[in-house]
Design a protein around this ligand. Structure first.
Ligand SMILES: *Cc1c(COP(=O)(O)O)cnc(C)c1O
Length: 394
């Protein structure tokens, strides 16, 4: 295989070498169970404690407000299901958006069908941003929770989180945010943003897979999600994933320390990629907000092109991208996010997401755009729709 150009960092990222290195001892010599009493196990307990501190530091949170989970999906499930149980005496209404990750949407559907919840799914504008007036209007005396993602995993749009937090505060409603894509990509302070719960996942920030956390503000009522031992202050039972937690701590520290410089570089390359695609390829549209977007996200739709074919052709040159969210690839339904921003089905089908990393270079981008131009033209030349369209243009 030739050189690979990995532009699918919203799906997952490379585990950084120093993260792997920090984890290694906890697979081998330091295998003690953090709950055991002897000194040897204390080393594992200390390591978990250190990682908790590293992560709390990034958010301006307290150590005891961080609860480790098995990833973003579990954190989202926990936040919604447990908050619903804990606050259902007050009301059964949850407000979320149409562009959430399936970890939120499918949990909401479960609560709706099985637990008597009423859910409002807010629309977004053509840039993928909610309207604060819609949020205000959706609030009722029964509303117990607002869950709005910090930044979208497909189109990169960043929500007005501070304003949402203020509205939630004013109405005495809990505010949860899925910050899996935003954690360590955008500065986040849970107090400044009025966030009560926040989900994150290590493998999106150069940490290992299968480890995440849920931040739960002190004083927020919340039920245990996994029952068993007394781990995670009795809220999430099960022997801690010590190597994973250690790796997460180091990944968070590393990504936070490098945030400004790293994301500046990503933003510049992102804008260069967008600029080249939109000026050099005709009949293309940028999806997501032009400025309020993740530093590493590019999402574009090509008319008269099938996204899946585009991905396969890119893959033949070693370029990894995504036609939507990795979870929905394999199904032919267009992405719910692209439909929510108002794209017609046929345009949504011709969409491509490229997400950069700290390793992405200008050469990678130039190679990708050169190939993309060729591929799009070849695919269009095979399209009867394109042929018709070109005839009419003349
Ligand atoms: C990846 C992702 C998740 C799921 O996280 P996992 O750790 O893979 O379970 C949830 N929400 C968003 C926005 C994501 O990008």
């Amino acid at each position: 295989m030739g050189k690979m150009i990995y532009l699918d960092n919203a799906a997952t990222t490379r585990t950084a070498p120093e993260v792997v290195q920090a984890m290694m001892p906890y697979f081998s010599e330091l295998y003690g169970n953090p709950s055991s009493v002897y000194d040897f196990a204390g080393r594992s307990k200390e390591a978990v404690d250190r990682a908790r501190g590293q992560i709390a530091g990034v958010l301006g949170a307290k150590k005891e407000e961080i609860y480790f989970t098995a990833g973003g999906t579990e954190s989202d499930n926990w936040a919604l299901k447990a908050a619903f149980e804990a606050y259902k005496a007050k009301g059964n209404h949850i407000i979320t958006t149409k562009i959430e990750h399936h970890a939120i949407l499918h949990t909401c559907e479960y609560l709706e069908k099985n637990r008597g919840a009423r859910i409002t799914y807010l629309d977004v504008d053509e840039n993928g941003i909610i309207r604060l007036e819609d949020l205000e209007k959706a609030i009722t005396p029964e509303t117990i929770l607002i869950s709005v993602m910090f930044a979208n995993n497909e189109i990169g749009s960043v929500q007005p989180i501070k304003e949402i937090g203020m509205i939630a505060r004013e109405h005495g409603i809990l505010f949860h945010t899925d910050a899996v894509q935003a954690f360590c990509q955008l500065p986040i302070n849970v107090d400044e943003c009025g966030i009560d719960m926040l989900s994150s996942s290590a493998h999106k920030i150069n940490g290992p897979k299968g480890i995440g956390f849920l931040y739960i503000r002190k004083g927020v009522k919340n039920r245990s999600f996994i029952h068993g031992g007394a781990q995670e202050r009795k809220r999430r039972a099960g022997t801690e994933n010590v190597p994973g937690i250690v790796g997460y701590g180091v990944a968070a520290q590393r990504a936070c320390d490098s945030m400004e410089e790293r994301t500046d570089k990503e933003r510049r390359l992102r804008d260069y990629l967008i600029q080249r695609i939109t000026t050099e390829i005709p009949y293309v549209k940028l999806n997501g907000h032009p400025e309020k977007r993740l530093p590493n996200n590019v999402n574009v739709s090509f008319r008269f092109v099938e996204g899946e074919s585009l991905l396969l052709m890119l893959d033949s040159y070693g370029i990894c991208g995504s036609s939507g969210s990795a979870c929905t690839s394999g199904s032919l339904d267009p992405s719910h996010v692209l439909l929510a921003i108002g794209l017609p089905h046929e345009i949504a089908h011709g969409s491509l997401r490229l997400t950069l990393s700290e390793e992405t270079t200008k050469e990678d981008i130039d190679f990708t755009v050169d190939k993309l131009k060729e591929i799009v033209q070849n695919l269009r030349n095979m399209s009867p729709l394109y042929e018709d369209f070109m005839k009419k243009q003349k």
